[in-house]
Design a protein around this ligand. Structure first.
Ligand code: C5P
Length: 298
């Protein structure tokens, strides 16, 4: 990867509890967020004006959006730093849009990291975090790219428990889901308590057993809006050696947790290719789970 590129890895919510609702309508969450090897890539070339070109198999869905989060991130950083917003950006879009794995948030976070370097600002992560929070609830966690326990509306980050190595299959039924629509469909049901987690797990099976007692509170409303989520979960749960299968974020992408990446790859090969070979061939949906000590972008 050239110095003028940044990876934008997919985030996965291993569980997601909705713990409250603020007066402004945002929901308070408790979630364990990890990162996958799969992701978008953002490139920068020096240019007098700011521009963004899209490429990659999932670019078409994004082209329709009038104000891409990458450009918003660039303008926000330029304004905060008092520098001109310039540079030709190119986004390789591999992650499905509106799919619960934070593609747009990861892209915005990558833009902050990349332009911080390319514009010679050298701001530490703490100084970029408030800008990330302005861009979206998932952008702060994506800024570090490290596994984290997320609370508040997404802006309060604490270190994740020590994670075991594990394999992940990310499977998406190819139906975009709008995050506000899923929160709305959740309706007026009660709230969950934050999860009680140990300091760490030595192996994936133990982690899956503990996380099995948690849930994703957005899964029931997402299932009502997109019944295909149920097909994906059923297929993952039926796969040999599946330790845990659950939806990520507001969906519709689901993850299957397996003892290792090789097992995950074998399982993915038995699923419909469209679910995990995103962008017409890119094998984005299979990877390892990255631990707190090993940023996914490294
Ligand atoms: O912050 P972001 O733009 O990603 O959020 C999209 C929408 O998802 C919000 O407008 C809100 O409806 C919902 N949301 C929420 N609580 C959160 C995060 C998002 O209600 N913690």
């Amino acid at each position: 990867m050239s110095p003028a590129s940044e990876r934008a890895p997919a985030k996965v919510n291993l569980y997601l509890h909705v713990t409250g609702r603020r007066p402004d309508g945002y929901h308070e969450l408790d979630s364990l967020v990890v990162f996958a090897g799969a992701g978008d890539v953002l490139h920068h070339t020096a240019a007098p004006d700011l521009s963004l070109a899209l490429c990659g198999g999932e670019a078409e869905a994004l082209a329709a959006e009038p104000d891409n989060l990458v450009l918003r991130a660039a303008r926000l950083l330029a304004g905060a730093a008092g520098v001109p917003a310039r540079g030709a950006l190119r986004l390789e879009k591999h992650l499905p849009v509106a799919s619960g794995i934070g593609g747009g948030s990861a892209d915005a976070a990558a833009a902050l990291r990349l332009l911080n370097r390319c514009w010679g600002l050298r701001w530490p992560e703490e100084r970029l975090l408030p800008l990330a929070a302005q861009l979206g609830a998932d952008v702060p966690v994506c800024l570090s790219g490290r596994a984290a326990r997320m609370s508040g509306i997404g802006e309060v980050l604490a270190p994740a428990p020590v994670l075991p190595s594990a394999g992940l299959v990310l499977a998406n039924p190819r139906r975009p889901l709008s995050t506000p629509a899923v929160f709305r469909a959740r309706g007026m049901v009660g709230f969950s308590a934050p999860a009680a987690l140990p300091a760490g797990w030595g192996d994936a099976a133990t982690m899956a057993r503990d996380l099995g007692t948690c849930g994703n509170d957005l899964e029931p409303p997402a299932l009502r809006l997109c019944p295909e989520v149920g097909m994906v979960l059923t297929a993952l749960r039926a796969a040999p050696n599946c330790l845990l299968a659950r939806m990520s974020g507001s969906g519709a992408t689901c993850f299957g947790l397996f003892p290792d990446a090789a097992t995950a790859a074998t399982v993915a090969a038995g699923l419909p290719a469209a679910w995990w070979r995103w962008g017409g061939g890119f094998t984005a949906g299979v990877s390892s789970l990255y631990s707190a000590a090993e940023p996914a972008g490294a």
